[in-house]
Write a protein that binds this ligand. Sequence first.
Ligand code: SF4
Length: 370
Amino acid sequence: MNATPHPSAWGLLPEEWKPLCKELGLPSFRATQIVTGLYQTFALSWNDITTLPVELREQLSQTIDLTPLEIAHIQHAGDDVRKLLLRCQDGACIETVMIPSKGRLTQCISSQVGCNFRCAFCASGQRGCVRSLTAGEIVGQVMAACQLMRADQQAAGVPATGGTPSRTPGAKPTLPRPGNIVVMGMGEPFDNYDNVLRALRILNDQKGINIGARHITISTCGVVPGIQRLAEEGVQFELSVSLHAPNDELRNQLMPVNRRWPVAELIATCRDYFEKTGRIVTFEYTLVKDFNDRLQHADALIRLLRGMPCKVNLIPLSPVDGFDGTPPLERDSLAFLDRLLKAKLATTLRKSRGKEVDAACGQLRLRTLT
Ligand code: SF4
């Protein structure tokens, strides 16, 4: 299914505008004006790029799509977390979550409408995958967040500059944008590999949205071929793997993907990934009371990851409709953390944020569908 009738302006890499302008018979400086308009002033229509002649704006609007994703709903949580329900042009709804922390904004973005991987505690997988997002729609989620950040600044009376500083020395101040991106929303990024990588390159490009590669994280449920492919890509993005259990018996119950790529194969691939890239993998481990939160599970995890430079992120379960697991007791989470730290595994215990906004992926969309 085509999401938009024309190619999306946000799905093009900044470097692709020059050849495209040439194809359209335009001088190359038009490409510079377009890229500046898109990413420095966050144009939301061709008419917003006033450096372009009116006739050219009209011509571009007939050939290249520049329609923002519609912000259909904003759900707020007490701790400034905002979850946006965004509507694509074909009516499909996707989610993105904006999480402020320590003066930076982390944005969790989606890669697909729904998901095929059906992890037990995730609302996104409950209805399968409708379609993959285009690169333009993935970037469009960040543009929607930028739009809101700009509106926040204007409401606070801050001049329309500032935000995350530009990485280009001497560059003019830029409009606000998220400091970190995590591809951890709806969908499995490696099930939409090409579009996700293209979108992340646009977000990372200094002439694009200019978010540092080390502030961009791809999170997979354990799609081994995707990890292998990423290892050959030569990019600096961070990789996070949803592990959630230290053995096949438990992981099979939580994540059907484990039947295809079991724990031993997944961990061996992560070890290879580190060997090839020198980049540390983060393992996400959601603690579920009396299921995977016992000290024997911590010990099994320690044995599994022994000798591999990596990080472990412990996340107390957020209640989700359709999954009957319960959040762990705080003292058990702390004991689990302590066991891993004593074994010299770099481990953090994450505060689960955004429960009030159904921030476990897919829940907002699921509620609007039911
Ligand atoms: S956790 Fe991720 S991979 Fe698993 S069903 Fe949800 S969106 Fe899909």
